[in-house]
Design a protein around this ligand. Structure first.
Ligand code: GDP
Length: 477
């Protein structure tokens, strides 16, 4: 049998240290209570305050979510917008429009969720993506997918130029009264958003956003580091996350439970290729210069794994050292759109013996050749591979890749990040150990909320620093 009976499995472990609640139907989403089998231990435990906030938030999602009277009333108000003010106690919503690749979407959902918790808003995901087929519902007794026939029909096409955008509000002296006259407020956090859009990151929502029953947000990335720079959220975030280096890790373990189909992809691969080896190394290869293979990237992978002693050297002289029965086994899990890097590394360890006597096996679950985000089977493979990367012991990732961030973030692993090559040459050094397991925020604000002027936001507080792979990016450490 591939699983131990759940009864023998400690309750606290199964519930990930209190992150999850019991009571979900186990068979409809096997991964929810079984993922803990596949991780040695929780890398970081949730604080009591985080657990308390999650329980409160679940109650909010249930009280106000789709199918409730509160939701019907709020949607009706949006449909036939009349200015009738938003009274306290009325449910408020955050509709997220995630887009781009799956790594981008996962980071966007995690960030929006934290913002929703901080501001007591019900999080609803625009259902026009494969998210619902890939992930189980995270909140008990309700759905986080935006129902069909939502009154705003063109969610995907909203931009910061619309009348309802935060960009316009923030430049208006009477924003507080203006917001009461708008059916919703649109927050554009696309990487191409403007200075005024990014003032959202300094927003103290008590001043006017709180009056907006509906907030619609478009983002494709991880904006949690910016929330940690906003004085309005600082105390609460400190209590929720006494350690700042594992925010994504905890949020992801709370939110993202692969559906049974995806879980099958993960567990069958794990049983076949990963489970029985002494050590597992993940190598995530993401190339942004096109889908053809590049020698300089293969060289970079080999240089990184050799210099950092992640993979053994091979001997070219015959006869090789006799490999004894019971020699240490090392499995390399590679992911990438191309199989060329994998073929080369596998051949290296097939052709020659290792200098250490270790047995190195190399596997790659898929090679899709091209990015086809939005197609369910393609997205399922992508998320399965991110999970499998998270089940390794050490991991090498490609800089700038949100796919890689999710892989190491899920696994609670501090990666070795390969720098993004320039001019088709292998960078030196080829890679570097990261400062933390957190994802990098690619489009950060350059504004000090307290001083109210431009600033180097990587220098304001010790736990928000610039990323290893993107000098202007921000990450929690
Ligand atoms: P990013 O572009 O590297 O930041 O990562 P994203 O996940 O946002 O977008 C890349 C998309 O390309 C993924 O979601 C997949 O659809 C596809 N892709 C890229 N690399 C891989 C890979 O190693 N395996 C699989 N199965 N798909 C990949």
């Amino acid at each position: 049998a591939s699983f131990w009976p759940l009864a023998t499995f400690a309750r606290q472990e199964k519930l990930l240290g209190g992150l999850l609640v019991p009571g979900f139907d186990e068979r409809s989403c096997l991964s929810r209570y079984r993922s803990a089998f596949y991780h040695k231990n929780l890398t970081r435990s949730p604080s009591a305050h985080l657990i308390e906030r999650l329980r409160q938030h679940e109650a909010l999602q249930r009280r106000c979510g789709p199918g409730t009277e509160a939701y019907r009333a709020a949607a009706a108000r949006l449909r036939s917008w009349r200015r009738n003010g938003t009274k306290d106690g009325v449910c408020r919503y955050l509709v997220l429009v995630p887009y781009r690749g799956l790594g981008n979407r996962i980071l966007a959902v995690a960030s929006a969720f934290l913002y929703a918790v901080l501001t007591d808003r019900v999080l609803l995901l625009n259902g026009n993506t494969s998210m619902g087929e890939i992930f189980c519902e995270p909140f008990p007794g309700t759905s986080w997918l935006l129902p069909q026939h939502f009154p705003i029909s063109n969610l995907q096409n909203l931009t910061g130029d619309v009348r309802e955008s935060y960009r316009n509000l923030v430049q208006n002296d009477s924003a507080a009264s203006l917001v009461s006259r708008l059916p919703y407020v649109f927050v554009d956090l696309d990487h191409s958003c403007t200075y005024h859009d990014k003032l959202f990151f300094c927003d103290d929502e008590r001043q006017f956003l709180r009056r907006a029953p509906w907030l619609v947000m478009r983002t494709d990335g991880y904006f949690v580091p910016a929330l940690f720079l906003n004085p309005a959220h600082q105390d609460e975030l400190d209590r929720m996350f006494p350690r700042k280096d594992s925010v994504f890790y905890l949020l992801a373990h709370y939110l993202f439970h692969p559906t049974n189909k995806v879980w099958g992809l993960i567990t069958r691969f794990h049983s076949s290729y990963l489970r029985d080896s002494d050590e597992r190394l993940g190598i995530q290869v993401r190339v942004f210069d096109g889908d053809t293979p590049f020698q300089h990237i293969l060289d970079q992978i080999l240089a990184c794994t050799s210099q950092e002693h992640l993979l053994p050297d091979v001997v070219t002289q015959e006869p090789p050292r006799l490999s004894m029965a019971g020699a240490r086994s090392k499995v390399v899990l590679m992911t990438g759109l191309s199989s060329w890097y994998y073929e080369n590394i596998r051949w290296k360890y097939w052709q020659s013996a290792t200098a250490t006597g270790e047995v190195v096996s190399v596997y790659q679950p898929s090679h899709e050749e091209h990015q086809l985000s939005g197609y369910t089977t393609h997205d399922m493979k992508a998320v399965a591979e991110m999970y499998l990367l998270g089940m390794t012991d050490k991991i090498v990732t490609s800089g700038w890749s949100t796919f890689g961030y999710v892989g190491h973030g899920l696994g609670g692993l501090t990666p070795w990040i390969m720098f993004r090559p320039e001019n088709h040459t292998t960078p030196y050094p080829p890679c570097r150990r990261a400062k933390s397991m957190e994802p990098c925020m690619h489009g950060p604000p350059f504004y000090d909320c307290r001083a109210k002027h431009g600033a180097d936001t990587g220098k304001l507080v010790p736990h928000v620093q610039h990323c290893e792979d993107m000098s202007w990016g921000l990450k929690l450490v």
